[in-house]
Design a binder for this molecule. Structure first.
Ligand code: 13P
Ligand code: SF4
Length: 317
């Protein structure tokens, strides 16, 4: 058998084994768009972080395997404490979540006792427990707009998303945490401008975790789900994609007649991958299903506090 075919055959076997284990154990797999294409194939539901949290809460299943980074599994468990939430690789964290520790946030809150804490969902459950209202990149604008104008906002941990929302709303009384996503901060403005020269008709779609000078180049700036819808609805057939390239698999599946070009990083890499998302593999999913572990377990008091800030967000939209 040729090497390429051998690899495909091996992958098909792993996928079949996962399907068998899912049926046997009654497990539902939720996966984020940034997962490897083969991991996306075994997902029962694919989505952005907001859609997946809500799906985890509403789905009729005893056990969920969350194919996504750690905070996503935690969010699912916060909203569905009665469900068993498995996570195939607990080492798969997130640079944004890591940049904001609960102890440091508690100190910062002392400096701004009257401010309302808005936390991006890319945070640990302990940070969410110190938060008034969470947001995702899908609903950050609505969340900020839902807060009375005269109330100061302490926005954590993504200063890029926060600044982007500040720019749209013109809201001045926002205080930012100094955090950023190491993947999205690395997209290169010059690299995108070069691509624009080569594909002048292309639309630029950007995730708001990117730096301001990159977001400024966007024809559309929004969450992964928002980007997908924009590409589908827009007449244009070429898009420069300024977010994690895992999303290309879903774009190409949904819109096979369109062309999607991944934007380069400042280091000149053609694709700018999140190494945490790529830690979730078919092999790690099989081990997790076989052992029904690792499982997300949370302190009940912390979970209840975090739940309030997530539910407050879900109410807004
Ligand atoms: P979405 O909210 O668009 O799914 O993004 C999550 C994320 O981790 C982006 O880096
Ligand atoms: Fe976190 Fe960035 Fe990876 Fe998203 S892409 S999971 S924000 S490190």
């Amino acid at each position: 058998m040729e090497k390429g075919n051998e690899k495909l055959y091996f992958m098909e076997n792993l996928i079949n084994r996962i399907e068998e284990l899912k049926r046997e154990k009654g497990v539902v797999i939720l996966a984020h768009y940034y997962c490897r294409p083969e991991v996306q194939k075994v997902a029962d539901f694919l989505g952005d972080s907001l859609a997946l949290s809500v799906k985890a809460r509403d789905i009729d299943a005893k056990t969920i395997l969350f194919a996504g980074v750690h905070f996503m599994g935690e969010t699912a468990k916060v909203l569905s404490p009665e469900k068993k939430v498995l996570i195939s690789n607990p080492e798969a964290t997130c640079s944004l979540a890591e940049s904001c520790k609960a102890e440091a946030l508690a100190e910062m809150k002392k400096k701004y006792p009257n401010a309302l804490v808005v936390a991006y969902v890319n945070t640990t459950v302990e940070v969410k427990a110190l938060t008034d209202i969470c947001c995702t990149s899908s609903n950050a604008l609505q969340v900020v707009q839902s807060i009375p104008e005269d109330k100061d906002i302490l926005f954590v941990p993504d200063k890029n998303l926060g600044s982007y929302i500040q720019k749209i709303t013109g809201r001045q009384n926002m205080i930012f945490w100094d955090g950023g996503c190491h993947v999205h901060e690395k997209f290169s403005k010059e690299g995108i401008l070069e691509l624009k020269k080569a594909y002048p008709e292309a639309k630029v779609v950007v995730h708001p975790e990117c730096r301001g000078e990159v977001a400024e180049l966007a024809d559309y700036c929004g969450s992964t789900a928002g980007i997908l819808s924009y590409c589908g609805a827009n007449d244009c057939d070429t898009f420069i994609v300024v977010t994690e390239p895992g999303i290309l698999a879903e774009m190409e599946k949904k819109y096979p007649a369109k062309k999607f070009i991944p934007a380069p990083s400042v280091e000149g890499k053609a694709c700018n991958e999140c190494e945490y998302m790529k830690m979730i593999t078919l092999e790690s999913i099989i081990a997790c299903l076989e052992n029904e572990s690792p499982e997300i377990l949370l302190d009940e008091e912390v979970r209840q506090k975090a739940s309030k800030s997530i539910e407050a967000m879900v109410k807004v939209g």
